[in-house]
Design a binder for this molecule. Structure first.
Ligand SMILES: [Zn+2]
Ligand SMILES: [Zn+2]
Length: 293
């Protein structure tokens, strides 16, 4: 599978001269599978640029939503394929309040907040509640979900295809102060040994205790988690809008220091717009081969 990052920022777009290196667009990750199908994780503002690429194709668009917070849906009205006649748009979500989640995606296009009304779009959008088999009927692709520790809740996804495996876990607080939807040990089990873990790492110690309980993890927690879950590649994601390029560079340097001498992960990166990760499945390469470029 090939993973491409189109939006890596949390909370609100943060364009500007001191965020240009890692990028200011909000959450959107594109996964191209070996079987020719693809998946879009979240519809933050990063999805706009992805839409420019996908409008040149005619394959069905598959969107997996983590949750309906603004920074994960606000690119959808600017996603070119939704304006293409008959284009299949399949939105997958699976949550307790799934209706609410989808309403948020479409209702932002209500004629008032946005001039185009969602139900007048020429594309053919369908919602697949808890039915990922509708997208991937064959067994070679498996998608599992886990409930996020986040206000309003949401879903993390683990995507496996023929021995290549990626987990997408944003927005998630590994150690929330209140009741947990998923415990730390359950997260370790869910992410155990994945080739690529994309995890929320929005906060640093200086943000605490004020933001404890806001539903995001500390960089230091995510580092330890990557060790405990023995992931192969850690991708820190959902950067705080106030985090500058030089601060993220510093986190990246600290990562190298922290992971030195540890068995896992063998690689760690801070997500940046345009970054790509190629995972070559085990069947083809013995051990899955991971390349970041
Ligand atoms: Zn978010
Ligand atoms: Zn959120």
């Amino acid at each position: 599978m090939k993973i491409t990052f189109y939006g890596v920022r949390g909370s609100i777009p943060a364009p500007g001269y001191n965020t240009a290196k890692y990028g200011g667009n909000t959450s959107c990750v594109y996964i191209e599978l070996e079987n020719g199908q693809d998946l879009i994780l979240d519809a933050g503002t990063g999805i706009r640029l992805l839409g420019e690429k996908l409008k040149l194709t005619d394959c069905p668009v598959n969107i997996l939503l983590s949750h309906p917070h603004w920074d994960h849906i606000q690119g959808y009205p600017f996603f070119a394929p939704i304006y293409q006649q008959g284009r299949p748009i399949r939105v997958f979500t699976t949550l307790i309040n799934e209706q609410e989640q989808l309403f948020s995606l479409f209702d932002q296009m209500d004629g008032a907040s946005f001039p185009v009304v969602a139900n007048e779009l020429p594309s053919n959008a369908t919602c697949l509640f808890d039915n990922i088999k509708a997208i991937f009927p064959e067994d070679s692709v498996r998608v599992k979900r886990k409930e996020l520790n986040h206000p309003g809740r949401g879903s993390a996804y683990r995507i496996e295809e023929d021995g290549a495996c990626c987990a997408y876990v944003t927005d998630n607080e590994l150690m929330p102060p209140n009741e947990t939807a998923t415990s730390y040990d359950e997260w370790v089990e869910f992410c155990k040994g994945v080739d690529v873990l994309i995890h929320d790492a929005q906060y640093v110690e200086a943000d605490m205790p004020h933001k404890h309980g806001w539903g995001h993890s500390l960089v230091s927690q995510v580092r330890q988690f990557a060790v405990d879950a023995e992931v192969r590649t850690l991708v820190m994601f959902h950067h705080d809008p106030d985090r500058s390029d030089s601060q993220i560079d510093f986190i990246q340097q600290d990562n190298q220091q922290f992971f030195r001498g540890k068995r896992a992960p063998s690689m760690s990166v801070c997500a940046a717009e345009g970054m790509q990760i190629q995972v070559t499945p085990r069947q083809l390469a013995g051990e899955a081969v991971i390349e970041v470029f």
